[in-house]
Each structure stands twice: as structure tokens, then as C-alpha cells.
Design a binder for this molecule. Structure first.
Ligand code: SF4
Length: 360
């Protein structure tokens, strides 16, 4: 299989109204931090995630009261809900009965055959997929004994072991993740998985760290995979507000042209020619663009010397020019604006362009 076409070549799997796999889209996911049984807090967190652009959200169910909260949570949210179950099949059944759109459970960890069958049959009946979550840190004993330590081959073997259990029960709505905290290991495991089976892949570098370090580490690893056409859905795992995970995922997907309807910011690296408070302006414009859902490229440049010319590809932008700003579109200066109102003027023009995109 040519790994460059892997994303499209995967089996399409429905999670609520969203299709994972079989196309070039990469779906953004995150996970809540609240106790799932605290419905109010969980729903509030999910609403913040929805607003940030999260497309699928996962909640953990360590206790039965968490799985029991699912119907109430489902009623109050607008994106598909995934229940994370470790091995307790009763919890999985409760979550499925409660209306989750996907469960994350490793069939090999459920235990006796009839328990596995009960979960698989319930998922089949409701038409929901199962995500197999292979994690380098918790590989099965027989695999660790064989390889000595977590390896990419061992991780693929673990995935195939769980896949086989589901396939034997004629269950094929499968999504697989191959997470590791080590970037090299994760990349190799995903690459090998992409060769070994055609179920869609959920990308992630687990325990990647804080907002800053985790963003760099996740982007380094997942960027390699996205560039190879691997990955159908993504979660950036950060020790930070889950909204930050979505912001990072969105930015990463934008870098590879994989985020539809997302606005991008081009800002100059700054140098001694700078004529405006570029850094704070760039941050303000970036924040504003989070809520613009149109493929617009905006440029913010520190000076007018090379400014508009350098940013010819931007749809719109501003360049500093001694106490004022030049507003330009497609590299041509449109008008001068006073420095104090420069950002407001730019925002107005961005809104106009976004509205034009919506009309078209
Ligand atoms: Fe320097 Fe102007 Fe280029 Fe920014 S746009 S890096 S301020 S020359």
C-alpha cells in the first residue's frame, strides 16, 4: 500500500454524523477533564470545546455513575460523544445503552468471550464503532515477553490481536490508535499500522507534556505522519486546558492544508525596521481568527518596506508605517489607517471577506 494515500484508503467509519476514514479529512478530538458524573461541569467543558472547533469529545468512565451520566450529557451537547472504558464490560454496556457514539475499549482486555460478545453485539445493534487504543506503556504481557520492551512491531501485533477478536465477531467499524510518548516509537508504530491494516487511525503522542513542550513534541511527531497521508482523526494530549488541545490541532492541520474553513495568520518575524507593536497586534489578530470559519489568509507585518510585497499571497493584511498602518489586499495597498484603529479596521475587512465566503 502506498502510505501517501493511506488516509483516503481507510475504511469509512461513522461516529454519529461524522465519518472518520475513507476521505482526506482529519477530525479533531479532545477529552474532558471534569468528573464525567458531574454533568454540569462536563457539559460546560464540552460547550467550550465545541466553540473552539472540537468535532468529537471523549469522556472517561472509571465508575458506573460516570457511564450513567451519559444520556444526560448527550442531551445537552452537539458533537458526538465517546466513552473511554478500560475493561469493565458492564460499564461499556451502560455507556452504549446511554447513547454514546463510540466506545474506546480494547476487546482483549474485557475478559471472557461472552462479555466481549455482549459489548460487540450492543455496539453492532446501535451502529457505533469501537476504538482500539494501543499504548506503548500498557502492552500485553505476551507481547512484552516476546519483544522485551515496547516496540513498533509489538504495538502493531497488539492492535492486530484486538482487531482479530472483533473481526471474528464480524465487527468491522474499528478505529485504532497507536500511542506512545516517545516520538520515534509513535511514528514508527503508526507507519507500520498504516501498512498492516486499513482501519482508520486516531493519531496522538501520549503524555506529550505541557502546553509549550507538548505542542512542539506532538507537532513534530504528528507532522511527520500527516505529511505522509497517515491519520484520520487527531488528539493533541497536553497537560493543559483541553481547549488548547483543539487550538493546537487546528493549527497543525492548517499547516498541512487539512483544515477546511480555517483562517490563517502570516506574521513577520520582526526586525529592527519594525514600526508598530507587532507582537501584541499579531496575537490579537490570531485570537480573532480563531472564530473566523473561512479559508482566509491574513498578514500582519512590522513595516511597509517589504510588507505588502512580501505578503502577496495573503488575502488581506496590515503593515506598520510610522504612526499609521497600510491596509493591503493581495499585495496592493488599499488605504492608510491610523495606528490606533488599524486592528479594528483589519477586523472589519476580515469580517467582510468571511461573509463573502459564506455567500459563495
Ligand atoms: Fe522586518 Fe519589516 Fe520584514 Fe517585519 S516586515 S521582518 S519589520 S522588514
Amino acid at each position: 500500500m502506498n502510505s501517501f494515500t493511506h488516509r483516503k484508503d481507510t475504511r469509512p467509519v461513522k461516529v454519529g454524523p461524522i465519518t472518520i476514514g475513507g476521505n482526506d479529512e482529519v477530525i479533531m478530538q479532545s477529552m474532558t477533564m471534569s468528573k464525567t458524573h458531574d454533568v454540569e461541569a462536563t457539559v460546560a467543558e464540552i460547550h467550550r470545546l465545541e466553540e473552539a472547533g472540537c468535532q468529537i469529545v471523549r469522556v472517561t468512565c472509571p465508575e458506573m455513575k460516570d457511564a450513567e451520566a451519559i444520556p444526560e450529557i448527550k442531551k445537552q451537547i452537539n458533537i458526538p460523544l465517546v466513552a473511554d472504558i478500560h475493561f469493565d464490560y458492564k460499564m461499556a454496556l451502560k455507556a452504549i445503552e446511554g447513547g454514546v457514539d463510540k466506545i474506546r475499549i480494547n476487546p482483549g482486555n474485557i475478559g471472557r468471550r461472552e462479555k466481549v460478545e455482549a459489548v460487540v453485539n450492543a455496539a453492532k445493534e446501535k451502529g457505533i464503532p469501537i476504538r482500539i487504543g494501543v499504548n506503548a506503556g500498557s502492552l500485553e504481557k505476551h507481547i512484552l515477553d516476546k519483544y522485551g520492551y515496547p516496540t513498533a512491531d509489538g504495538m502493531v501485533e497488539s492492535a492486530l490481536h484486538h482487531i482479530k477478536i472483533l473481526e471474528e465477531l464480524e465487527f468491522y467499524d474499528i478505529i485504532v490508535s497507536m500511542k506512545a510518548s516517545d516520538v520515534h516509537l509513535a511514528v514508527e508504530a503508526y507507519e507500520k499500522a498504516a501498512q498492516a491494516f486499513s482501519y482508520p487511525l486516531h493519531l496522538g503522542i501520549t503524555e506529550s507534556g505541557t502546553l509549550f513542550a507538548g505542542t512542539v513534541k506532538s507537532s513534530a511527531g504528528l507532522g511527520i505522519l500527516l505529511n505522509k497521508g497517515i491519520g484520520n482523526t487527531i488528539r493533541i494530549s497536553l497537560s493543559a486546558d483541553p481547549v488548547e488541545e483543539i487550538k493546537v490541532a487546528k493549527e497543525l492541520l492548517k499547516s498541512f492544508g487539512l483544515a477546511a474553513n480555517a483562517a490563517t495568520l502570516v506574521s513577520c518575524p520582526t526586525c529592527g525596521r519594525i514600526e508598530i507593536d507587532l507582537i501584541s497586534i499579531a496575537n490579537e489578530v490570531e485570537e480573532y481568527l480563531q472564530n473566523i470559519h473561512a479559508p482566509i489568509k491574513v498578514s500582519v507585518l512590522g513595516c511597509a518596506v517589504n510588507g505588502p510585497g512580501e505578503a502577496k499571497e495573503a488575502d488581506i493584511g496590515i503593515a506598520g508605517a510610522r504612526g499609521e498602518g497600510l491596509l493591503f489586499m493581495k499585495g496592493e495597498t488599499v488605504r492608510k489607517v491610523p495606528e490606533e484603529s488599524m486592528v479594528e479596521e483589519l477586523k472589519k475587512e476580515i469580517d467582510k471577506l468571511a461573509a463573502e465566503h459564506e455567500e459563495n
